[in-house]
Write a protein that binds this ligand. Structure first.
Ligand SMILES: Nc1ncnc2c1ncn2[C@@H]1O[C@H](COP(=O)(O)OP(=O)(O)OP(=O)(O)O)[C@@H](O)[C@H]1O
Ligand SMILES: [Mg+2]
Length: 233
């Protein structure tokens, strides 16, 4: 197993946010997570990333790099596109030259090759998220956590980035945990959709998505699965 969460409870102050949650994710699986606003989805991702303490239970993750993409791009405004992409590699001990050279090749592959000298404030919102996705996958992660990464983008940019994530995931064979409120996005991307209940949250339903890839937006299988996710939200 790539990620095993057993009997997990998390509190924020005097608030019980996660209550005895169990979840197992296989290596290379793409799992989408949804649930009511404020139920604890971001808290769960933060707990997996080791950013919040556990009140009970355990999280076992496969060793290796972790990639994260959040709702807002979180780029370093004083660094160029190239140096933002290279940042994760530098943090893991790569020399500046090596990190830049690998980042340059990767940025070419994800369609940002022309913009390596730009600064974040010179990019569109879609390009900023494209860069954060590139930065997350560039470190060859074993696990990528994505928290509503495309929710502020228009539909065209969202679709392009969904396809980019699917492409990078298929090539890297890493495990992805992706939070979203969009039914279509959940079913388009994931091998399995996990529905969480209201706070204090736990898993209320798992919907396997056994549709062949590539999937067509709006095909009948997808619509049926979107209904079954919707019914238990
Ligand atoms: N740093 C914090 N300090 C105190 N409470 C927090 C903190 N972060 C989150 N919480 C509380 O934890 C609960 C769950 O928040 P969380 O952000 O995990 O929800 P969510 O499911 O991601 O919601 P959304 O769909 O709106 O993003 C909320 O009641 C929130 O107030
Ligand atoms: Mg959240």
């Amino acid at each position: 197993m790539s990620l095993v969460i057993r009997d997990l409870s998390v509190r924020r102050g005097d608030l019980a946010v996660i209550d005895r949650l169990d979840l197992e994710i296989a290596p290379g699986e793409f799992v989408a997570l949804t649930g009511p606003s404020g139920c604890g989805k971001s808290t769960l991702l933060n707990a997996i990333a080791g950013l919040v303490p556990l009140a009970g239970g355990a999280i076992e993750a496969e060793r290796g790099s972790l990639g994260c993409v959040f709702q807002r791009p979180m780029l370093l405004p004083w660094r160029t596109v190239l140096d933002n992409a290279a940042f994760g590699l530098e943090c893991r001990g790569a020399s500046v030259d090596d990190a830049r050279s690998r980042a340059r090749t990767f940025l070419e592959k994800v369609g940002l090759g022309r913009f390596t000298g730009y600064f974040p404030n010179e990019l569109s919102e879609g390009m900023k998220q494209r860069l954060t996705v590139a930065r997350a996958f560039l470190v060859e992660p074993r696990l990528v956590l994505m928290d509503e990464p495309f929710s502020s983008l228009d539909e065209t940019a969202r679709r392009e980035l969904q396809d980019l994530v699917l492409d990078l995931w298929a090539k890297s064979k890493c495990t992805v945990l992706f939070v979203s409120h969009y039914l279509e996005e959940l079913v388009y991307l994931a091998d399995r959709v996990i529905v969480l209940g209201p706070r204090p949250t736990t898993v209320v339903k798992t919907v396997p998505v056994q549709l062949r890839r590539p999937r067509g937006i709006g095909n009948e299988g997808m619509l049926g699965l979107m209904e079954s996710v919707q019914r238990c939200r």
